[in-house]
Design a protein around this ligand. Structure first.
Ligand SMILES: Cc1cc2nc3c(=O)[nH]c(=O)nc-3n(C[C@H](O)[C@H](O)[C@H](O)COP(=O)(O)OP(=O)(O)OC[C@H]3O[C@@H](n4cnc5c(N)ncnc54)[C@H](O)[C@@H]3O)c2cc1C
Length: 471
């Protein structure tokens, strides 16, 4: 079949207005968040229903054309990039919230729903959908599930995997698997749901999901704490968990340079503490109970930490605005980093108690790779996930592209330490196209073989997002 004939076939399925083939119209779908990749698709298709997705996938299969699922295109490892003349299946039109059951604490959605809309819909009925991240205004739940997204509340509520009960998926051969079951217990063989969560679009297109909801917190307390040193972070986290009745939503560790960057470059942000400190923790407790005196518990926790010298200062957010600004220091830190040139990023996890050792060792090794480079570690200490970002050396004569050319070399140096400590080279962003070599290097032959066999069983012709996970 000619290319024109193929495109006409797609138009017949989704309507001509929902097939984009001109370069200008496709551009936003080709760009990738960090500018590390640029796509070259044959067409972008915007289906409006599961049946349309299935028909598009079938048509692509018949023509031997690869398919790249795309959600909000906020992924950070190049997973939604079409570099193979593929068809991008963009899910934004499938954005219906089909049912919200506050009594049973579930929500059924189409996979193109934007995460923030899901959170808002839960909020309206006194519930919480806990996944929360900087990109929540544009990323979609399908993308969140396909990348098994983490975010700031993982310590308390888990990753995307822990917050989904059922899935609907269009398989690479165009069949529809309807697993939209609202069941917590379902021991009926291999967990297909868990296979598709984290599969990064390589096993099928997620078209719907049954999500888990929770009671909405009635009280939240947030503090920005100064730590005397890195080693205080672990006992502080342990104490927070014990004294709060394990109600810590978030425990974000931030190094001094991170706070300096955010307070220097972000509009409306100042350093919340008067003195300069080497490390900080942004800590949040929340309670869903109307009878728990959360503020009292929070203050007692901070007082005891202060008395024992594991914090040296703290400020508690007294309004929603203050709370937002404290979070901006953390969430917009990568934006602030851009003002001082390039940053080589490592999204890694290690067992929580190894975080201080990891940060110390990785900080030593990166300056050996690029002398003068500046580690800016921060991240979700509570769940073991550190964003070990490394800024280019200071000074006007440093060439950003030359610095970024050390990405791979620096990555190996950092990931070797992560591996020695029993950690993961990709904590929450996935493998995508960016880390395929790392998957081969840092996972055992047995593990990679199992992954490949699963791929071959479900997508034997390698039509679904080729180039992601495996070369
Ligand atoms: C400012 C910012 C902050 C971020 N913070 C975090 C964070 O805290 N934690 C974190 O884990 N990530 C974070 N991310 C990364 C990113 O937002 C997540 O990976 C998100 O889950 C991607 O969703 P998306 O809809 O944009 O997916 P996309 O970027 O469109 O796609 C990501 C991958 O999922 C696949 N995919 C997308 N939709 C589907 C579908 N319906 N079916 C099958 N496969 C699909 C794609 O093929 C691709 O492989 C952040 C990104 C930004 C820009």
């Amino acid at each position: 079949m000619s290319q024109d004939g193929f495109v006409d076939g797609l138009k017949a399925i989704v309507g001509a207005a929902n097939v984009i083939t001109d370069a200008a119209g496709m551009e936003t779908y080709m760009n990738e968040e960090r500018g590390l990749f640029h796509g070259h698709a044959l067409a972008v298709v915007r289906p409006g229903s599961t049946e349309e997705v299935a028909a598009v996938v079938k048509a692509c299969g018949a023509a031997g054309i690869p398919v790249v699922p795309q959600g909000g295109n906020t992924g950070l490892v190049g997973g939604a990039v079409a570099d193979t003349g593929a068809v991008i299946v963009a899910m934004a039109r499938m954005n219906k919230i089909k049912a919200v059951n506050a009594d049973g604490f579930t929500m059924t959605v189409e996979s193109g729903c934007v995460l923030e809309d899901i959170r808002d819909a839960a909020d309206k009925v006194g519930c919480l959908f806990p996944l929360s991240l900087g990109a929540q205004g544009s990323c979609q739940i399908g993308g969140n599930l396909a990348t098994n997204v983490g975010g700031i509340n993982t310590l308390r509520y888990g990753t995307a995997r822990d917050n989904v009960l059922g899935l609907e998926v269009v398989l690479p051969d165009g069949r529809i698997w309807n697993g939209l079951r609202a069941l917590t217990k379902d021991n009926t063989g291999y967990s297909l749901r868990n296979l598709f969560v984290g599969s990064e679009g390589t096993l099928g297109i997620i078209t719907g999901a049954v999500l888990k909801l929770y009671p909405k917190p009635l009280a939240t307390e947030t503090a920005f704490c100064a730590l005397p040193d890195l080693d205080s972070a672990l006992p502080l986290l342990e104490r927070a968990r014990r004294m709060s009745g394990d109600s810590v939503n978030a425990f974000e560790l931030i190094c001094r340079d991170g706070v300096r960057l955010s307070s220097t470059y972000l509009t409306g942000i100042t350093d919340p503490l008067e003195q300069v400190h080497p490390w900080y923790a942004l800590i949040e407790f929340s309670s869903t109970s109307p009878t728990v005196p959360l503020r009292d518990t929070f203050e007692k926790f901070l007082e005891s930490a202060f008395e024992d010298g594991i914090i040296t200062d703290a400020v508690i957010a007294e309004s929603l605005d203050q709370r937002r600004n404290l979070w901006r220091i953390r969430e917009e830190l990568p934006e602030a980093q851009k003002y001082e040139g390039g940053s080589i990023k490592h999204d890694v996890s290690v067992p929580v108690r190894s975080i201080p050792e990891f940060i110390r060792r990785a900080s030593e090794v990166v300056v050996k790779v690029v002398p003068g480079s500046r580690p800016v570690p921060f991240g979700h200490m509570g769940d073991g996930n550190i964003h070990f970002n490394v800024s280019q050396p200071a000074g006007e004569n440093v060439d950003k592209d030359e610095y970024l050319s050390h990405w791979h070399e620096m990555g190996e140096a950092v990931y070797d330490i992560v591996t020695e400590l029993g950690g993961s080279f990709s904590a929450e962003h996935g493998v995508g196209r960016l880390k395929v070599e790392d998957l081969k290097r840092y996972r055992s032959d047995v593990e990679v073989d199992l992954l490949r066999r699963i791929k071959a069983a479900i997508d034997p012709d390698n039509r679904m997002n080729p180039g992601v996970l495996f070369v």
